[in-house]
Design a protein around this ligand. Structure first.
Ligand code: ZN
Length: 388
């Protein structure tokens, strides 16, 4: 192999790119990719109220189809570094494991697709598709782990304005549950946050007839809202509403409060759109309130819509490459939290496949060194099959 994914992963871990810091990680990739013939762009995006964040876009080839690998070099903070058995930014190998913040989420994944791309190009005269057409692109952001406003969403728009066209994308997030090859993420549930506000009339607790306690109404509406939303769909588990906080904020023992609030999050499947879901929730509250409870909803804007990448030639290609290297038949899953795939899906079909996610965001985050080698071989087979 011409490019060593383990060495690249260690180099990346040693860059302290704690979100939203660049930490030298993008500069390192820029150098590596430019040497292999990629045209590399760095783009910094900013917005009032957020820190400016650096991003990277690299492409080799000018023709379609354009296969994109996407990822983020920013990592969550290490927390108390003394709690780590191996320092979080040292990239130490102990036994057969590589330790460090970002080892699985997702500097390890980036190292593997970079190594796979470089190795493929080295074996094919430095071109994505020898004598024919095709491009390989890399979309790397430094703003995924935090607010994700100056990252992939803007980088995609920036690339589109330059006339870049993407045909398929692999996002290297840690998708596997137990072992490498068990899971491809082919879609994600949507996420919507709201607050239910019930207003009553403040009063003395000894004279409830002169007051209207909003807590009674809140409890009643909360019960109604916790009824099942659906029974799931072909590609998704049932949607789910979970209350995350109930707030009255009343420090007084003899006072009936004037207002009570409950915050909730809904993870929803492809049976709903955001608008339809809000309507459904508001209808349920309306029916339960029966004109006796005064309530309103505050909905937070959400950029996390549900999507699914349906089984087809692209999922088949990835699954075949995974089976060829690992002997496992990956499951197409839509579980888990949101990821940047929610933005990429507006430009091309996207799959998520990376390392095993078990230690992500934990102390002593680590990956088997062997997994880095195997994942690189899988990405290499995906590229080969894609340009075959
Ligand atoms: Zn991640």
């Amino acid at each position: 192999m011409t490019a060593d994914p383990v060495a690249i992963a260690r180099d990346l871990i040693r860059c302290r790119s704690v979100t939203p810091e660049e930490g030298g990680a993008l500069a390192y990739l820029q150098d590596l990719l430019a040497k292999a013939g990629f045209t590399v762009h760095r783009a910094t995006f900013a917005e009032p109220g957020t820190a400016p964040v650096e991003n990277l876009f690299a492409r080799i080839g000018t023709e379609q189809p354009n296969l994109v690998f996407a990822g983020h070099t920013d990592v969550v903070p290490a927390g108390a570094e003394a709690a780590w058995r191996h320092p979080p930014f040292a990239g130490e190998i102990a036994g057969d494991m590589l330790y460090g913040r970002g080892a699985v989420d997702m500097k390890g994944g980036i190292a593997c697709f970079v190594a796979a791309a470089l190795d493929y190009l080295a074996g094919h005269g430095g071109k994505p598709k020898k004598g024919k057409k095709g491009s390989i692109s890399l979309l790397i952001t430094g703003d995924e782990e935090s607010v994700a406003v100056n990252g992939t969403v803007k980088l995609l728009r920036w690339a589109a304005e330059r006339g870049e066209k993407f045909d398929h994308c692999i996002l290297g997030e840690p998708s596997n549950v137990e072992v490498l090859g068990d899971t491809i993420k082919a879609g994600r549930r949507g996420s919507l946050n709201g607050t239910l506000v019930v207003t009553g009339r403040q009063g003395h607790v000894a004279y409830p007839d002169r007051a209207d306690n909003p807590i009674r109404g809140l409890v009643m509406l909360m019960t109604a809202l916790q009824a099942p939303l659906d029974e799931g769909s072909a590609h998704f588990a049932p949607s789910h509403l979970e209350f995350t906080s109930v707030d009255v904020g009343n420090p007084t023992v003899n006072l009936i409060p004037g207002e009570a609030r409950a915050r909730f999050n809904i993870r929803y499947n492809d049976r709903h759109s955001q608008t339809a879901l809000k309507t459904l929730i508001e209808h349920r509250a309306h029916a339960a309130a029966a004109g006796r409870v005064h309530y309103s909803f505050e909905w937070q804007p959400s950029n996390a819509d549900v999507f699914v990448t349906k089984p087809g030639p692209f999922t088949d290609l990835a699954a075949a490459a995974i089976a060829e290297v690992t002997g496992r038949k990956p499951k197409l899953s839509t579980t888990g939290g949101t990821s940047d795939a929610r933005f990429i899906k507006d430009y091309c079909p996207v799959l998520e496949f990376g390392l095993v996610g078990q230690t992500m965001h934990q102390v002593d985050e680590c990956t088997p060194v062997a997994d880095l080698v195997t994942l690189t071989a899988i990405y290499r087979r995906i590229i080969e099959r894609y340009f075959a």
